[in-house]
Design a binder for this molecule. Sequence first.
Ligand code: CP
Length: 337
Amino acid sequence: MKHLLSTADLSRADAIRILDTAAQMAATQSREIKKLPTLRGRTVVNLFFEDSTRTRISFETAAKRLSADVINFSAKGSSVSKGESLKDTALTLQAMGADAVVIRHQASGAPHTLAHAGWVDSAVVNAGDGMHQHPTQALLDAFTMRRHLVGRGAAGASITGDPTGQDLAGLRIAIVGDVLHSRVARSNVHLLHTLGAKVTLVSPPTLVPVGVETWPCDVSYHLDEVLAETAPDAVMMLRVQRERMSGSGAGGGAFFPNPLEYTRNFGLDGRRLALLPDHTIVMHPGPMNRGLEISAEAADSPRAVIVEQVANGVAVRMAVLYLLLAGDASTERAGLE
Ligand code: CP
């Protein structure tokens, strides 16, 4: 059985194949009839143990646009609240004949367990596990960067369609904020490195993970310096994950930062936007804390591609489901584990 669990598992060829397939899927989404018959008769289960808006809805949309049957499972209101285990939940899904399980879970490694414990025969797609990985978010981010930043003319950003077959070599990407708790940052660092981009993480020292020096990226604690010195092609702001922090720092969680200090040192606002090259795009995986890590002026500026990221998520997830479920040969070539 084949799965998508981590961007660390994807080779350059794997990633480019997914992005190219997503470009084909995106082209079908501008047609009057968006639905494709590709996954007719297949069943995709969205198994969400953690809250989600964008990921859950876009996986559902992607599966339906490919004509799959979709079952949405939310832990809230299910027998999980009565103490049912992941194993017994998985066995129930197996009994219902799921072909793919898209799982979001608060525990890092839960999708890996589901994929390899022998409880289900289906393909497993990681839709975000704890602070570990969110591979389809990184793929949709790379897809968005490629559309905006690859193949630009000398005059700047002129978008001439999808530059299929190309990686992100030479791009400079700043990922800013709460790296410690961010599966989006981890997924992006691996994928962007694989695709040839140079990543700089910018974060307060308290929100940098132990072991970050082994990651394939630079680390800085000074946002203004990074914006001025690296002239990034994309600035990706990360959400401050209040729900994974404690007020006091007790219990092993990081302290919630002083909001005013955080915004002053690490927030993207109009002043910092003005430091960026004209072609630089502003990204955020959502949901945003407006006024904390990003100002309304930055979030709503013409440089912001945040809503487009959401739209691109449907095409990328269509590509992933297609490559996993529609044909062994293509799945092999896509390198989806
Ligand atoms: N980016 C992201 O994962 O958003 P959701 O939590 O709304 O799915």
